[in-house]
Structure formats: structure tokens, C-alpha cells
Design a protein around this ligand. Structure first.
Ligand code: ICS
Length: 537
């Protein structure tokens, strides 16, 4: 198991051979065999090829489900057919913890206008207004977000006009999102739309800063399986004040006062970099990337934050916390390591986990033979510094790039450019190639927007010890005799972030790859004759 049987270059050649010429030409640019050198270029964030089975989701998923979904006190009203709402109903396992049982929490509900044929023919705005009034009457929320699904854009309902009118009528903050599913090539466009709307309608509305000496925002952490709870525990222990989290375990009030923080740290850069950039321009808050997936990575990230504040007291506290937490981590890894070392993983997840989780696997002594994003952009692969501007790419063609200017009265640069450069030189901040590729080994296969066919061929040829992807892939892969760990929802597990999370992950992976059940399953090609067809040219 786990033995590389064919050269990855040959694997690529064989896979491309099965595609029609035009398709092969396009896929050729999205599949890369790493030669261990940087920089490298890959084609990413482009349209999936029609007919190919992709693992991607839609723009509505990225906006409603991903960025806004984890905030408990905004009512997320979906304007569209009921299915769009139903399938986005807590399936991401983003958790929340209201401070008291009476506190507002609408996350367990599923709000939809339930569009029907007649709304498609005659327009759905009236129904939307009625739904907004109804939801206000029943729940009395502070805020309502209206999310557009595909038909809304096709028939031309103006959700923004409805939001403005209803805001006036009801006196609460109501905002709309033009996040129709087809708007971009993937979820990624939805992130951008969500970021823009948060900036326009929410961030900066409340100037009261929470108490605290070291105030940070945690961006791009969504509390899947309770990850944010673990990070909150660590921050508190270190004496860091979390002003807001975008958006795991968050409230709208946290968003409104996010600009009072001293520093933005970014966990998932892909989904929230726009907010970080815009807050830096408008309020002078610097940002850098962190990674709390992996115990070593968590320690490194904490040190990075402490370095930023350049405060001896904080640095000492952070070191104490790391020492204490690492003792438990070390004990756990020592038990598991002999059973996991040398095994092989493959990771295909959205836009940052396929990179971040490689850290946890390397702590287990496991190597990543192949990885890729569903919808990452080139900077997620190649590194931020290599492609420093927001790319004009397939996403941005349809999506407004907001013009943000410094807010003179509230702009307070937390550090000068020179100070930031000095910190970066110390390794605090981000390195030159901070994308996935620089962390991968020579010979690794990096595959963007992997197709189902390519996935099957990876498994057939390399039979990894574990495959990481999502629910759509899970049972196909397991029927091939390979355990699949869902890195979107964590199956039923988690948290996996921080120190306690790392221990959970070690134990779960050990259990999955070392159970003997997988040896009893034969993949179809091992037992059944296969008929193969060839495409004509
Ligand atoms: Fe970011 Mo699934 Fe995050 Fe990432 Fe994003 Fe999604 Fe999930 Fe996945 C996400 S925001 S929902 S880290 S929490 S859209 S697991 S890019 S695809 S890898």
C-alpha cells in the first residue's frame, strides 16, 4: 500500500490520453508534476469543462453557506427554490455557541422564499418582501441578509432594491447579495461578493472597542466541527483579545466593530483576503497569514502574532502556552506515530485545506503524494507574493471590485511599512512562496479542479492510505477500498485546529487507516472485466 508504482509524469500522460484533444490541452495546464523548484505556474480558477465531473460548488454556496452561514444572529433569507436552502442547511457543520440559551441564534433554521413557477413567470419581489416582513415579525432580528439563487438573476428580481425598501420600512440592517450560483466559476466568486457586502454594509458601524491589550480579528476561520472554540481557548490563554471572527462563532456586532482591532490574522486566505485588503486600505489594519492546522503550525502562528506586538510579556506568555500544550501533543504523537509513519495521503479540498492539512499529515510522518484545490486561485498554489494583486480572472469579470479609500478619521496605521518589512524579514508575516506548491515534495502531483476520472485513476494507480475530500467523493472512494476523510465537514469529528484539535486528528487518522476492513474490499477493476471505449478525434 502506498507504494509509488508509476512515474507521475507517465500517470499524467496516460490520463490526458483518454480525453478529447481540446480537453486534454486544457487539463494539461491544470495538472502539474512538481520538480521541487519554485516558482511554478499552474492554471486555476477557470471554468470547469462541461461534461467533466467536478467536485466544485456554486457561487451561492460560497456566499451564503461559507462566509455568512456561521454568523448566528443574521437571518439568512434565501430567495429561490427550496432546494437551494435545504441543501445548505447546516450541512457544513459550522457550529456556534450563544452566550445564553436566550441569545439569538437563527442558525438552526432554514429560511427561504420557496419560489414557484408563478414567481418565475411574474417575478418574485413581492413574495420576497412578504417573506422579509414575516421573518421580522416572528423573530425580530437585528439584521437580515437576502441571498440570490440562480433564477433570481435570470428573471431580474432586484434584491438590493427590496433590501433598501425593507430596511427603511423595518428600521433594521438589511442587505442583499447578488450571489446567483452561476455568477462565477465556483464558490470563490461567492466569497468575493460576501466580502464586498460585509465591507459596504456592516464593518465599521460600531466604534466601541472591546477591552484588551492585544486585539486581533481572526479571518477565514469558520468553526467547522468546533475549530473556533479551540482557537478561542488558545487565544484567551495567551491573553489575546478576539474582536471578531470572520465568521466562525460570530455575531453581527463583532463584524460591526472589527475595525477596532490592531491586527488581522488570516487562516483561509482564499475566502476572505478581500476583507483583509479593504480593511487595511480603509482603517490601516495590517494582516498576515497564519495556520492553526497542525500543532507545529499553531505554535509558529502564535509566535508570529506575539512578534507582531513586539511585547516581551506576550511573547513569554505565548511560549508558556506552547510548552504546556505541546507536552500533551507530544504524548499523543508518540503513541500514534509508529502506526502512521510512511503512509501516503491525497488531499482535494476547496481553497486552503488541501494545503493546511498537509502539515498535520507530516506531523504523523505521512507524505502527501497528490493535492489540489477545487477553486483556489493561482496565488493559493504559487504564493501571494508571486501574484500580488487581486487577479483579473474568471471571477472578477462579473464581480465588482470596490474602490476603497482611507477613512481619514479612523485610519490609524498600526505599523509603518519599514516595521512590517522588518517583521517579515524575521519570518513573521509570510514568506515569498506561501502557497501550497512550495510545501510539496518533488514528484508530487498537483491537480487543480480534479475530475472524477482523474481521482479514480489516482486511486487505481497509487492506492493511497487515505484520501481526503468531501461527501460527494466519500463513498465512491471507500468502495475502492480506500478510507476517505472528509476535510470539509470532518465527517462527525473535530475540532482539528490548534493543539487539542491536532490530537483529535492524529487519533482519527490512526483509526481510519489502521482498521483492517479496507483490506476486505475489492475495487471493481480488481474483480470485474472492464470495457473501455476510446474517443474519436
Ligand atoms: Fe476556506 Mo468546504 Fe473553508 Fe476552504 Fe472555503 Fe469551503 Fe470549507 Fe473548504 C472551505 S472557507 S466549505 S477553508 S471551511 S469554501 S472545507 S476555501 S471547500 S478548503
Amino acid at each position: 500500500m502506498g507504494k509509488i508504482e508509476i512515474d507521475p509524469l507517465r500517470w499524467k500522460e496516460e490520463v490526458l490520453k483518454k480525453y478529447p484533444k481540446k480537453v486534454a490541452k486544457k487539463r494539461d495546464k491544470g495538472i502539474l508534476v512538481h520538480d521541487g523548484e519554485m516558482p511554478k505556474q499552474i492554471m486555476a480558477n477557470v471554468r470547469s469543462i462541461p461534461g467533466i465531473i467536478t467536485a466544485r460548488g456554486c457561487t451561492y454556496a460560497g456566499c451564503k453557506g461559507v462566509v455568512l452561514g456561521p454568523t448566528r444572529d443574521i437571518i439568512n433569507l434565501v430567495h429561490g427554490p427550496i432546494g437551494c436552502s435545504f441543501y445548505a442547511w447546516l450541512t457544513r457543520r459550522n457550529q456556534t455557541l450563544p452566550p445564553t440559551p436566550e441569545s439569538e441564534n437563527f442558525m438552526n433554521y432554514c429560511f427561504s422564499t420557496d419560489m414557484q413557477d408563478s414567481n418565475i413567470v411574474f417575478g418574485g419581489e413581492l413574495k420576497l418582501k412578504q417573506a422579509v416582513r414575516e421573518v421580522f415579525e416572528i423573530f425580530k432580528p437585528k439584521s437580515i441578509g437576502i441571498f440570490s439563487t440562480c433564477p433570481v438573476g435570470l428573471i431580474g428580481d432586484d434584491v438590493h432594491a427590496v433590501a433598501r425598501e425593507m430596511k427603511e420600512e423595518l428600521g433594521i440592517n438589511i442587505f442583499g447579495f447578488s450571489c446567483e450560483g452561476y455568477k462565477g466559476v465556483s464558490q470563490s466568486a461567492g466569497h468575493h461578493i460576501a466580502n464586498n457586502t460585509l465591507m459596504k454594509h456592516v464593518i465599521g458601524r460600531n466604534d466601541t472597542a472591546p477591552e484588551g491589550k492585544y486585539k486581533i480579528n481572526m479571518l477565514g476561520e469558520y468553526n467547522i466541527g468546533g475549530d473556533a472554540f479551540e482557537l478561542e481557548r488558545i487565544f484567551e490563554k495567551c491573553g489575546l483579545t478576539l474582536v471578531s471572527s470572520f465568521s466562525g462563532n460570530s455575531t453581527i456586532e463583532q463584524f460591526e466593530r472589527a475595525h477596532t482591532a490592531d491586527l488581522n490574522v488570516i487562516m483561509c486566505h482564499r475566502s476572505i483576503n478581500y476583507v483583509a485588503e479593504m480593511m487595511e486600505t480603509k482603517f490601516g489594519i495590517p494582516w498576515f497569514k497564519v495556520n492553526f492546522i497542525g500543532a507545529d503550525a499553531s505554535a509558529k502562528s502564535l509566535r508570529r502574532i506575539a512578534e507582531y506586538f513586539e511585547d516581551a510579556e506576550l511573547m513569554a506568555r505565548v511560549e508558556e502556552v506552547i510548552a504546556e500544550e505541546m507536552a500533551i501533543v507530544k504524548e499523543a504523537i508518540e503513541t500514534v506515530y509508529p502506526r502512521t509513519t510512511g503512509k501516503v495521503a491525497m488531499l482535494f479540498v476547496g481553497g486552503s485545506r488541501a494545503h493546511h492539512y498537509q502539515e498535520l499529515f507530516s506531523e504523523l510522518g505521512m507524505s502527501t503524494l497528490s493535492a489540489g484545490y477545487e477553486f483556489g486561485h493561482r496565488d493559493d498554489y504559487e504564493g501571494r507574493r508571486v501574484i500580488p494583486t487581486i487577479q483579473v480572472d474568471a471571477d472578477s469579470r462579473n464581480i465588482e471590485v470596490l474602490t476603497i479609500e482611507a477613512d481619514e478619521t479612523r485610519y490609524r496605521p498600526r505599523k509603518t511599512d519599514e516595521e512590517i518589512a522588518a517583521l517579515n524579514a524575521k519570518g513573521c508575516g509570510f514568506g515569498e512562496y506561501d502557497g501550497m506548491m512550495a510545501d510539496m515534495a518533488k514528484g508530487a502531483l498537483i491537480i487543480d479542479d480534479i475530475s472524477h476520472y482523474e481521482m479514480e485513476k489516482l486511486i487505481e494507480i497509487y492506492h493511497p492510505d487515505i484520501f481526503c475530500a468531501g461527501i460527494k467523493e466519500k463513498y465512491c472512494v471507500q468502495k475502492m477500498g480506500i478510507p476517505l476523510k472528509q476535510l470539509h465537514s470532518y465527517d462527525y469529528g473535530g475540532p482539528y485546529a490548534g493543539f487539542e484539535g491536532a490530537v483529535n486528528f492524529y487519533n482519527d487518522i490512526d483509526m481510519m487507516i489502521n482498521t483492517s476492513i479496507w483490506k476486505m474490499i475489492k475495487a471493481p477493476w480488481q474483480v470485474e472485466p472492464v470495457i473501455e471505449a476510446e474517443y474519436g478525434v
